[in-house]
Structure formats: structure tokens, C-alpha cells
Design a protein around this ligand. Structure first.
Ligand code: NDP
Length: 403
């Protein structure tokens, strides 16, 4: 029985808060704070209508450390779940250090003025969390999050070593819009237009954005083009799977998405440097995000499935030589929407955030300091995925990937 404070009130938060409310034996009291109170209230109303649970709501600027620390102090939660944007990670971690409350997030810190994300800023807080005697769990979404837990489950149950790992993220959903991103547009476009990086023989190799494309036939979705990208879990996987020789991340994009993005890039609409417009400073990417469909509005029209998983090759645990396993999860947009009022991208992130929080609050996962998902026992997390809407499957492939 634990009191929890969730920060941020977007699509991921909405799913996570609903899922917490559906599990009152673990989350006995839910508090929700974000920049816009009305968004917190809308989530609270939906939760009340769906399961009768009350959620207390607050307006907060999560970049105002004293105000946030005071709010945490006043509420007295056992855990702060950060589902705002990566820009707020460090200020929320500071407030947790001030108040001695454990911390969880789903995306690593990214400075607003440089399109760059990496764990160093948060890993640097390890000693301070350790001295404070509290745990911070980083990246408890799907990717990062479940994709790392999948890899560690394979390492625990199937493979003694993982020499090659490919993470395949397929969104086979169609929202009926000409162009929209399925999570925060600003974060999504910064991620997709960054240089690709993959891990190879002890170092990251950088290639131009979206320059490597492979067709892959996804179970329950069908054939899709996927593009190699950089994704943050490659950094933690390379650290915690020291024998990893090659680690790559792939994401599917339709031709229409790529065409729109190319045009927007060519006309300067995805720039992050402020420009002067009619006497005001505006950031083109932020303006673009403001005119694009809000990801949380895509739910009612999105049909189709997501399929996200890992293909890993290494030495089998049973001594039978090299083996390749594919472990993945399929999520249906319409079923996700029916359950919490959000599409599958928010659902596949919000559910693992709830499960990570449950791991910490029930004591299944403990520690003092800053931790990644790879450092935790995958089994209780994997059990909860099956029970809370994200069932997974694993199959042996005939050999390593040929791309
Ligand atoms: P949204 O943009 O829908 O929601 C973000 C929320 O954070 C909004 O409610 C926003 O407030 C709030 N917020 C922004 N700035 C502040 C601030 N200074 N103080 C308080 N609240 C603030 O994003 P999503 O729900 O799509 O994503 C949430 C997080 O999940 C992001 O960090 C994203 O990167 C991560 N993510 C992780 C994935 C994974 O698999 N690991 C996949 C998808 C997303 P307002 O409503 O006022 O704008």
C-alpha cells in the first residue's frame, strides 16, 4: 500500500495513472501534478469514471526545484514517477534528492538547446542518490525499458552471452492523419532526425540519419521498412552486456512519414535554434509541434498493432552452441484505447512505467543509487507484463539476422 506522485499529464501519464488506479493494492493513493492542471483533471475524471478511484491533482512547473520539493514534501509520496519530458529529468531528480524520495522515469535527460541525449548526466547523480539512501530507476518505458528487460531475460534463461542484439520497433498503426507523431512531436522529431549510431566492436559508429533501411516481416503487422537509428538503451545495453559485439536499433516509418519529415527539414521547420518572428523569438520545432496533431488525440482513430522486440544471438545456456532468439510484444491500438483512452504507443510506455513503479514499491527491485533496467532481475517484471496488458512471446530463429 503506497502513495505515489506522478509528474506530467500527457498520453504516457494517462495510461500509467489508469493502470495504477486499476491496482489499488499496490498504489493506494495516486497524486498527479503537471504544468497544466486541466490535463491532470481530465485524467483524474477518466480514472474516476473507469474504476471509481480518486486521483489528487496539482499544477507544478517541474523545472522549479524549490516549488517541486515543497510539493513532494507536502504530499509525502513513497515514489516520484516522472512522465513529463526528458528536459525535466534533472530538476525532478534534484527535488527527489532534496526530499529523500525515490525516482523513476522513462526517457533519459536531454538538454533543450542541444539535440543530444545520453545517460551521463543522470549516471553522474549515482553517488548522491546512494548517499541519500534512495533509488532512481531510469528508462522504465518500452524502449528504453522492456527492450532491456527482454535482453536480460534472454541472458538469464536462454543465452550465456549476447554477442549481437537488434531491437526492432514497429508501429503498424494508422491514425488516418497525413502526418503526426505518435508521442511528443518535439522529442520524436529530434530523435528521428539525429545521426544513427550503433554499437560495434567496443565503440559507437555514427551514420547519417535514416540512411540504412531494411524490409522486415513483422508478426501480426506484415512487411514494413525499418530504419537504423540511435536509441538510448544502446548505451546502457553496451555497458551492462560487456560481451556485446554489435547492438542496433531499428524503427519502422512509412514512406509518407519520411517524405513529410524530409520536406519539413528542408524548409527549416525542425530547427531548434530560436528565430525572430514578428518581434518574438520562436523555436521552429516547437512551433511545428504546436500545429501538429496532439498524440493524445490520435487514440480514437488509430487502428492496427505495434510489434516491438529484440533479436539476440549468442552462446546458448544449455551448451548447444550458438542460438538466436526473437522476443517480442504485440499491442493492439484499439484494445489499448478501449482500456484507458490512449493509443498503443502511450500504452506500451505507460504500462511498463506502472510496472517499474510496482517493482520499486513492492520491494521486488531495490537499490541505493541510480540504476538502469539491465541491473534488475527481469523475472518479476516479465511476469507483470503478461498480467497487465503486454503479453510477450519468444521464439528461436534458424540463425542470426541477415541484415
Ligand atoms: P506529452 O508531451 O504528451 O506529455 C508530457 C507532459 O509533461 C505534458 O503533460 C506536459 O505538460 C508535461 N510537462 C512538460 N513540461 C513540464 C514542466 N516544466 N513541468 C511540469 N510538467 C511538464 O508526452 P508523452 O506522454 O508522449 O511522453 C512522456 C514521456 O515519456 C517523455 O519523456 C517521453 O520521452 C517518454 N516516452 C518514453 C517512451 C519509452 O518507450 N521509453 C516512449 C514514448 C515516450 P503540458 O500538458 O502543460 O504541456
Amino acid at each position: 500500500m503506497s502513495k505515489v506522485l506522478v509528474i506530467g499529464a500527457g498520453g504516457v501519464s494517462s495510461v500509467c495513472v489508469h493502470k495504477m488506479a486499476f491496482n489499488p493494492d499496490i498504489f493506494s493513493e495516486i497524486h498527479l501534478a503537471s504544468r497544466t492542471l486541466a490535463k491532470c483533471d481530465a485524467i483524474a475524471e477518466s480514472v474516476k469514471a473507469r474504476c471509481g478511484v480518486d486521483v489528487a491533482t496539482y499544477a507544478i512547473d517541474a523545472e522549479d526545484v524549490p516549488a517541486l520539493s515543497a510539493l513532494i514534501e507536502r504530499i509525502g509520496p513513497k515514489l516520484v514517477v516522472n512522465l513529463a519530458l526528458p528536459y525535466q529529468d534533472l530538476t525532478i531528480m534534484e527535488a527527489c534528492l532534496n526530499t529523500g524520495v525515490p525516482y523513476l522515469d522513462t526517457a533519459n535527460y536531454e538538454p533543450k538547446d542541444v539535440a543530444k541525449f545520453e545517460y551521463s548526466w543522470q549516471w553522474n547523480l549515482h553517488d548522491r542518490f546512494k548517499e541519500r539512501g534512495i533509488m532512481a530507476l531510469l528508462g522504465s518505458g518500452f524502449d528504453p525499458g522492456v527492450t532491456s528487460v527482454f535482453a536480460m531475460w534472454l541472458k538469464k534463461h536462454k543465452l550465456k552471452t549476447i554477442r549481437s542484439l537488434d531491437i526492432l520497433d514497429c508501429n503498424g498503426g494508422d491514425h488516418g492523419q497525413a502526418f503526426a507523431t505518435n508521442f511528443n512531436p518535439e522529442i520524436n522529431i529530434r530523435e528521428v532526425t539525429a545521426n544513427a549510431r550503433h554499437w560495434e566492436n567496443g565503440q559507437f559508429v555514427e551514420t547519417p540519419p535514416l540512411s540504412k533501411k531494411v524490409a522486415f516481416d513483422f508478426d501480426a503487422v506484415g512487411p514494413k521498412n525499418m530504419y537504423m537509428m540511435y536509441h538510448e538503451e544502446l548505451e546502457s545495453l553496451a555497458k551492462f552486456i560487456p560481451e556485446l559485439e554489435r547492438g542496433r536499433f531499428w524503427m519502422t516509418f512509412g514512406d509518407a512519414y519520411i517524405n513529410h519529415l524530409t520536406v519539413l527539414k528542408n524548409v527549416g521547420m525542425i530547427g531548434i535554434e530560436p528565430i525572430e518572428y514578428q518581434g518574438q523569438q520562436i523555436v521552429p520545432l516547437q512551433f511545428l509541434a504546436a500545429v501538429l496533431p496532439k498524440p493524445e488525440t490520435l487514440g480514437p482513430t488509430t487502428k492496427g498493432k505495434t510489434n516491438i522486440g529484440d533479436i539476440a544471438t549468442g552462446e546458448a545456456l544449455d551448451g548447444s552452441g550458438d542460438k538466436t532468439f526473437y522476443i517480442y510484444q504485440i499491442c493492439d491500438h484499439e484494445e489499448a484505447y478501449a482500456e484507458t483512452g490512449n493509443q498503443a504507443i502511450s500504452y506500451t510506455t505507460g504500462v511498463p512505467a506502472m510496472i517499474g513503479a510496482a517493482m520499486m514499491l513492492t520491494g521486488a527491485w531495490t537499490g541505493e543509487g541510480v540504476f538502469n533496467m539491465e541491473q534488475m532481475d527481469p523475472d518479476p517484471f516479465m511476469d507483470m507484463l503478461n498480467k497487465h496488458g503486454l503479453p510477450w512471446q519468444v521464439k528461436e530463429l534458424s540463425g542470426p539476422v541477415d541484415f
